[in-house]
Design a protein around this ligand. Structure first.
Ligand code: SAH
Length: 380
């Protein structure tokens, strides 16, 4: 098998020193890297024609060397009156990924993909069904955020111009299985402008199935990003089925790693729990979950299961979900039920599968306005 070609090198793959070195290799002074960074991370543009502070003769060369267009928008679907927007992206090798932008009254959250596909094979998640295609580069992850930030800055999202305030690594893929790229992306996203996008580390959430060695590595980085652990069951017997990697690192080991993260960072760990009817929503499992979490720096995020094609599972009955929530809360464990956005456009948790490909027709969504889904291709 020939090795898979790597995405072209991009400014966002490199730290400040790496960017300067790359420019120096082109025979140019290092400060050109800072100018390019300012265009990409602060002005949110990779269009050489707009880089008027660079000599005209250098713009195309610099952009080609460090700002290759990594992702092409294939299709955009919107719902919630345009406040939720899912973008299907095509990468250089024809891989497809998706990102979702969600505007709320007090924040704008982008859900980004870290891999094309996913190798974790959780049976209730659409992404897990197709397997892993490849890891994304840091540049490809950052490009999703930059596109969302540019759309917000242009005022493309109803509600007027604004900024992306929160990032969740809850799109396609297992972020901690693509550690180096995800960490590079976190740095570019959180480094102050013009070296990065200047989003607060506290507003970035890395969600994992529970890859213990990678959680330990992340702990040692001493960042203040939020860690989310996709637990979904308090007992190994059920978790072995719902999150197959549990057979390698079981509930006790994953939670030990999570508590070490909380101790080191001082940040509350988010415990993700998709409520699946008659599978993991029994009262005794609520009690077992509370046993594991009570007294810990943890917060439970219950997610009503979102439907995925071919799955035999469905969301918990609302009354059952309420009882589950109440039991956990009664034990003093903070718990919220996630407001699930984007179900109509298959943009909710576990629904991202990058299907539909280039066909810009399939008008499934936009229950919010009753209109057609928005299609907008970003011109270079
Ligand atoms: N691989 C990472 C991040 C991607 S999924 C992880 O597993 O944490 C983001 C969250 O959505 C995870 O908690 C995941 O378990 C959950 N999820 C997956 N499929 C879902 C579905 N069909 N309904 C509700 N939540 C789902």
């Amino acid at each position: 098998m020939s090795p898979r070609p790597r995405p072209p090198r991009h400014l966002a793959d490199l730290d400040a020193a790496g960017r300067r070195a790359a420019v120096t290799e082109l025979g140019l002074p290092g400060f050109r890297a800072d100018q390019l960074s300012r265009h990409y991370f602060a002005r949110l543009t990779d269009d050489p024609d707009q880089m008027t502070d660079l000599p005209a003769g250098l713009r195309a060369e610099l952009a080609a060397a460090l700002l290759p267009r990594l992702l092409t928008a294939q299709r955009e679907l919107a719902c919630d009156q345009g406040m939720t927007r899912k973008t299907l992206w095509r990468a250089f090798d024809g891989s497809y990924i998706e990102s979702v932008l969600m505007r709320y009254p007090d924040r704008v959250t982008m859900c980004v993909s870290s891999q094309a596909g996913c190798g974790m094979a959780c049976p209730f998640c659409a992404t897990g069904q197709a397997g892993l295609t490849r890891n994304l580069s840091a540049g490809e992850i950052v490009a999703q955020v930059v596109a969302g930030a540019a759309a917000m800055a242009r005022g493309d999202v109803p509600g007027g111009p604004g900024r992306v305030s929160n990032i969740v690594f809850m799109g396609m893929g297992e972020p901690l299985a693509n550690y180096a790229s995800v960490l590079g992306a976190v740095r570019r996203i959180t480094d102050p402008a013009p070296d990065g996008l200047g989003i607060s580390q506290r507003s970035v959430t890395v969600s994992t199935v529970g890859l213990v060695p990678a959680i330990e590595r992340l702990t040692a980085e001493r960042l203040s990003v939020r860690l989310a652990v996709s637990l979904h069951a308090p007992d190994d017997e059920l978790r072995d089925e719902l999150v197959p990697v549990n057979r390698r690192w079981n509930v006790a080991r994953v939670l030990d790693a999570a508590w070490a993260y909380a101790d080191t960072t001082g940040r509350r760990v988010s415990i993700e729990y998709a409520m699946i009817r008659d599978v993991n929503d029994q009262a005794w499992r609520a009690e077992a979950l509370a046993d594991l979490l009570s007294g810990r720096l943890a917060h439970v995020n219950l997610i009503p299961l979102n439907p995925t094609p071919g799955s035999r599972w469905t969301a918990s009955d609302p009354a059952v979900a309420r009882e589950f929530t109440d039991r956990i809360a009664a034990r003093g464990v903070p718990v919220t039920v996630r407001d699930t956005r984007g179900t109509e456009i298959d943009g909710a948790c576990g629904q991202l599968a990058a299907v539909g490909r280039a066909s810009a027709d399939s008008a499934s969504a936009d229950s919010g306005t009753g209109g057609r889904p928005t299609l907008s291709l970003t011109p270079r």
